[in-house]
Design a protein around this ligand. Structure first.
Ligand code: PAF
Length: 289
């Protein structure tokens, strides 16, 4: 008896593999690490059938981004996905080629992330979140889940997907899953594979900047100070900062500079920057004193 999930490479194979039971989906671009596996474990406890999609979506990469160099290892990914608490018989890995997802070439009609897609990640990577939402919507239609799980690490993506599901009445639940970190605090990411040993201390600047911002907010600082403290920590670590965002967790709108939010309320502090050629992002919840 096989213990492996079904591998579907085409829409037709996927259709055959989907069973009429509650289903949860985890969408990935492969190069799986413990962060993805934590999503799969969380999916396991929510759906009778779990579908993991593995697809490097060209639509969400800009012309100067790392689409060709993005790590691809389907055999390694499949090996990681099989095991206790992960995928078994009856589950599905959907790993299509681009022509299977976009049979008519680049889609003419796309999803717009609206205002959420124009700031921070959206400003640094124009069109990125529109590309993400377009493929997420297609994969939701193809896999028809009751629950879709997304990591908190890509918090702006999580906010945009949650908003799309509400705004377009997609009729499924989006479940956020906490970021998994290495012991030293670095958030797990497929892009960490590009970092050299020498670059690791600088990369830790991101999680340190978040910790510094969180501390400042807990000690009574205002938003301007929290942003400044995080920015200074990034610069001191040698990170070429793209942004420090201190935003509302539901809309991704900026908090006013000197207006301290209500005590006990929670905002999102998100940072992004480059270490060498590698672009890293991270975020945390900030609770106000
Ligand atoms: O987070 C990712 O890996 C991607 O943006 C996603 C959600 C799989 C869409 O391609």
């Amino acid at each position: 008896m096989t213990t492996a999930p079904t591998l579907a490479r085409t829409r037709a194979e996927l259709e055959v593999a989907l069973r009429p039971v509650p289903r949860s989906v985890v969408m990935t671009m492969g190069a799986l690490h413990e962060g993805h596996l934590s999503l799969v474990r969380a999916a396991r406890s929510r759906g009778e059938q779990v579908v993991v999609t593995i697809f490097v979506n060209p639509l969400q990469f800009g012309p100067s981004e790392d689409l060709d160099r993005y790590p691809r290892d389907l055999t390694g990914d499949l090996a990681q996905l099989t095991g206790p608490g992960l995928l078994g018989p009856g589950d599905v890995v959907f790993a299509p080629e681009p022509a299977e997802v976009y049979p008519d070439g680049d889609p003419v009609v796309r999803v717009s992330a609206g205002a959420i897609g124009e700031v921070y990640e959206g400003a640094v990577r124009p069109g990125h979140l529109d590309g993400v939402l377009t493929v997420v919507l297609k994969l939701m239609h193809l896999t028809r889940p009751d629950v879709a799980l997304f990591g908190r690490k890509d918090v702006q993506q999580l906010v945009a997907v949650s908003r799309m599901v509400r705004d377009l009445d997609l009729g499924l639940s989006v479940v956020p899953v906490p970021t998994v970190r290495d012991e030293d605090g670095l958030a797990l990411s497929s892009r960490n594979a590009y970092l050299t040993e020498d670059q690791r201390p600088a990369a830790l600047g991101l999680s340190r900047a978040l910790a510094a911002g969180e501390r400042a907010a807990a000690e009574g600082a205002d938003p301007a100070t929290v942003r400044a403290v995080a920015q200074e920590t990034l610069i001191a670590a040698g990170v070429l900062a793209d942004y420090v965002a201190l935003v509302d967790p539901l809309t991704f709108a900026d908090l006013p500079e000197d207006d301290r939010p209500q005590s006990g309320s929670v905002s999102v502090l998100a940072v992004a920057g480059r270490v060498g050629d590698t672009r890293l992002i991270d975020n945390t919840d900030v609770r106000w004193a």
